[in-house]
Design a protein around this ligand. Structure first.
Ligand SMILES: *Cc1c(COP(=O)(O)O)cnc(C)c1O
Ligand SMILES: [Zn+2]
Length: 409
């Protein structure tokens, strides 16, 4: 990997060899010393010769930017290359010009597939045969899918109360799903212990420095897709904070290389009941680690990537907001009914955030907004039913239909 210079600690600046499997900096207790991958952009630029013409089959178009060996065979299901939609009816509803990138349309239904493809490619290339992670659901399903694709064993730690769809999916992909009687944070700690004890390759986004790097491709794509019309605001939901940071890093790299003229302001959105990054960004005290939100994918009490997420918000000149569960469910319904885009709660959270930011005057009506939908709606049908209300039951008689619609047209 001659295009990867070093792994650098975000807290103390200590550097590590990118060819070794290192997760976090040993100068700090626990997993606080998150590492950042640094590149040699002269090498990257020499290698990158793709036309930025909006034709994106998948994220491997940006292979020159990904931290994998030149001779590694990608483990891919064609993640990335997702559609960017104008969203005029949603924009009318929110009172601002809206575009939506639908990353729920990735192979396992989640933006995380971008990162998983990179780490499973690395694990396979390094000759590892077991991959693991702790997950609120989506990372587990994603890892299981890519492990199956790459012929690796997959052992997952999930909180016992994850939505059923998110447990069924990795089982179909053939993974061992270990439901931990406890919270996501406890499942996480356990996965770190087994990584240390048994040497399984750990995909945990926040500690595996290469995970965030795959998520940069959403930023590369957004830059390519918005050339000449970069949005004023780019909106992500935040759980551990890797997604927003990855998206930011990718966009910023394309600006720094001169592929786009400007970068958007970031708006990071969290749920009222899981607000640690928002609290850190606004310097609020946050002692309360108890999470309470139905948006399970962002129900993170102790985000592992707060430092990177806060850095992204600051560098972009952006900010963060909190939204209620009711607002998230309303956003899921609004997005689906105005634009035909079906998101799980964490995927619709950015839409709720835009509504909030408009109401608070953070986003002006003449600005343009691009929201990234991170996860697909069929991942959590129970929440979807709560968002949308029930079906209407009728008897099989035309008179009843007629009565309802008064449809003698
Ligand atoms: C994981 C996830 C997020 C949050 O990503 P982080 O990197 O944890 O901030 C948002 N939406 C969905 C659907 C996710 O699965
Ligand atoms: Zn350090």
């Amino acid at each position: 990997m001659d295009h990867v210079r070093t792994l650098e600690c975000t807290l103390c600046g200590e550097t590590y060899d990118p060819e070794q499997i290192v997760y976090t900096c040993s100068n700090h207790p626990g997993v606080r010393g998150i590492l950042e991958v640094r590149y040699d952009y002269d090498v990257v630029r020499d290698r990158f010769d793709e036309p930025l013409d909006g034709n994106i089959r998948d994220q491997w178009k940006y292979r020159a930017f990904l931290p994998v060996d030149a001779d590694a065979e990608p483990v891919t299901l064609h993640e990335g290359g997702t559609e960017l939609y104008d969203a005029p009816r949603l924009g009318d509803e929110l009172g601002v010009r809206m575009r939506v990138k639908d990353d729920g349309r990735n192979p396992t239904g989640v933006l995380k597939d971008r990162a998983t493809s990179v780490s499973v490619t690395k694990a396979a290339h390094a000759g590892r045969d077991v991959v693991t992670c702790a997950s609120t659901g989506n990372a587990a399903a994603s890892l299981a899918g890519y492990a199956a694709r790459g012929g690796l064993d997959c052992r997952l730690f999930v909180p016992g109360d994850a939505p059923e769809e998110k447990l069924a999916q990795p089982l179909v992909y053939g993974a061992d799903v270990l439901a931990v009687d406890g919270s996501y944070d406890e499942a996480y700690d356990l996965s770190m212990e087994v990584t240390e004890a048994f040497g399984w390759y750990n995909r945990n986004a926040a500690v595996n420095p290469f995970q965030v790097e795959g998520k940069r491709t959403v930023g590369h794509e957004l830059a390519e897709q918005t050339q000449g019309d970069v949005p004023d605001w780019l909106v992500f939901s935040m759980g551990d904070g890797c997604t927003i940071y990855g998206g930011w890093k990718g966009f910023r790299e394309f600006r720094d290389l001169g592929f786009v003229d400007e970068v958007p302001n970031l708006l990071g959105v969290q749920a009222d009941g899981a607000s640690a990054i928002h609290d850190a960004f606004h310097d609020h005290d946050s002692t309360d680690e108890v999470v309470n939100t139905l948006a399970d994918s962002i129900a993170v009490g102790r985000p592992r990537n707060t430092v990177k997420a806060v850095k992204a918000l600051r560098e972009s000149g952006g900010t963060s907001v909190l939204v209620s569960d009711e607002a998230i469910l309303r956003a899921e319904k609004t997005l689906g009914s105005t634009e035909g885009i079906y998101a799980e709660p964490a995927g619709a959270t950015p839409i709720a955030g835009v509504r909030k930011a408009r109401a608070e005057g953070i986003i002006d009506p003449d600005e343009s907004v691009l929201a990234v939908v991170t996860g697909y709606g069929l991942k959590d049908t129970e929440s979807a039913m709560r968002a949308s209300g029930n079906v209407t039951e009728i008897t099989p008689e035309i008179a009843e239909v007629d009565r309802r619609y008064d449809s003698a047209e």
